[in-house]
Design a binder for this molecule. Structure first.
Ligand code: MN
Ligand code: MN
Length: 465
């Protein structure tokens, strides 16, 4: 065995050396990571919209003993409650042993995803083919949404207030849908266009039928046939689309990715991967010191506005109820609180090294990414966490044996992005971003590492301890 030279020892002591979990994880942790990915994949397959995510999370919470939160009620330490915000966003909480005046611990992920929303009057017939017109939701590369199987999800609220839930295309026996693309033989002009214009928003029309209603006398026979099918199955008419939230999402299931099965490929890792990790941490928190506040937010992909987005007051109102029940001022509780804004980051992709700065980007398999600031154009529109708070979170991770990394979203001035962090920190709550590194983010099929998922869960659990 050769001894280390003085330089080698000094280097080890002084250099920051991120580690690949694949090399450093114990066999027990590797097995645990593999096992953790199984229910995660099942969760992804059932939760393709924020509404579906809320339904499933409530189901899981109730099974774990959570009850609906009642404002004004005094809860003992260890009590588990949840608050359902309109079936589209959710807060789960475990009451801590410390006084509410000591602040709460918040973990906030989002459960909405980029997708194709249906327009209010979506159904059109063109040349005896029936389509659903869409208005895309969130940041998508439009060309990625053509020629892949899509399923339809959502709700239709009828005149009488009753609502029907729609899910078509997930069961193997269901039909699926798609946006058509031009054949390469005739695509010469299309292929010369910039990629942003190869497929336009108005071309993102979902093919839904081709069979005609058997009546010589009527026009738009294909559309009539589709409406008649929809009416038979759901009791809805064309007018009901106006009070609906329907969207097309990729129809495929979450799958192990790679011969070594080290990754998961799926629609919607951003940000269900953090949502699932924090959900498991929340459920397992038995007697946390600080009250846990686990937030599953809607609308992040479109800027967090709207009643179910984190730019609405539902989170701070919930904390206000906790503060009031404990006889404390909301502002003092917020000032003492701490938050992990749990959202994904971009993993370095060897196919596009030019957009990343290799010393300051995240890598697949190096653990959760702790991101001090996001934003674009000189850190604009970002929560830039105070150094003291970053050090505080790092201390928690280190004590819990969590391997983490740090990284920026791309090179300076390459682009950028935001999270919910600034909508929490605006209430004077210390907040920092942390989440899983993703390849092909916002694509219909995104990729994460199972080791990262598990290590992120460990980080989330440690933050609640
Ligand atoms: Mn996200
Ligand atoms: Mn996103």
């Amino acid at each position: 065995m050769s001894e280390k030279t003085q330089g080698e020892e000094l280097r080890e002591k002084l250099f920051y050396q991120p580690k690949n979990l694949s090399e450093t994880m114990t066999p027990e942790d590797k097995a645990a990571a593999e096992a953790f990915a199984v229910p995660y994949k099942a969760f992804l397959d059932r939760a393709k919209t924020e509404r579906e995510a809320v339904t499933i999370i409530v189901e899981m919470l109730e099974k774990a003993g959570y009850v609906p939160f009642v404002p004004g009620k005094q809860y003992p330490a260890g009590a588990k409650v949840y608050l359902n915000n309109r079936g589209k966003a959710l807060i789960a909480s475990t009451i801590g042993t410390l006084d509410i005046g000591e602040g709460v611990r918040i973990e906030a992920a989002h459960i909405d995803n980029p997708r194709l929303d249906l327009k209010p009057n979506p159904l059109v017939e063109e040349q005896e083919l029936c389509f659903l017109k869409t208005h895309y939701y969130g940041g998508i590369k439009k060309y990625q949404w053509t020629a892949i199987p899509l399923s339809l999800h959502g709700v239709v609220v009828k005149k009488d207030g009753s609502s029907v839930t729609v899910t078509i295309g997930e069961d193997p026996d269901d039909p699926v849908f798609c946006v058509t693309d031009l054949l390469p033989h005739l695509g010469a002009d299309q292929m010369k266009k910039p990629m942003t214009q190869g497929i336009t928003g108005e071309q993102l029309n979902v093919l839904i039928g081709c069979e005609m209603y058997p009546d010589e006398k009527v026009s738009e026979k294909v559309k009539l046939n589709i409406l008649s099918l929809l009416n038979g199955k759901y009791g809805i008419t064309e007018r009901d689309f106006q009070s609906a939230e329907l969207c097309a999402v990729p129809a495929f299931k979450a799958r192990d990715l790679g011969l070594d099965r080290g990754m998961v490929g799926a629609y919607g890792h951003d940000d269900r991967v953090c949502a699932f990790a924090q959900l498991m941490a929340e459920i397992e928190a038995k007697s946390p010191a600080h009250t846990t506040v686990t937030v599953f937010a809607d609308k992040e992909e479109v800027g967090s506005d709207g009643v179910t987005g984190l730019n609405s007051h539902f989170l701070v109102d919930f904390i206000a109820d906790l503060a009031q029940a404990g006889g404390k001022e909301l502002r003092h509780v917020l000032r003492a609180s701490a938050c992990l804004s749990a959202d994904v980051s971009a993993a370095f992709d060897p196919a596009w090294p030019e957009v990343a700065e290799k010393h300051n980007c995240a890598y697949l398999g190096y653990g959760p990414v702790l991101t001090k600031y996001t934003g674009a154009r000189g850190k604009s529109s970002t929560n830039d966490a105070p150094a003291e708070y970053v050090a505080f979170v790092e201390g928690i991770l280190e004590d819990a044996g969590v391997t983490w990394q740090t990284g920026e979203l791309g090179k300076v001035d390459q682009g950028g992005g935001g999270t919910v962090a600034m909508y929490v920190s605006q209430y004077n709550v210390n907040t920092v971003d942390m989440g899983v590194a993703v390849l092909s983010m916002h694509a219909p099929f995104e990729v994460i590492s199972k080791a990262d998922l598990y290590m992120t869960y460990k980080a989330m659990a440690a933050f609640y301890r």
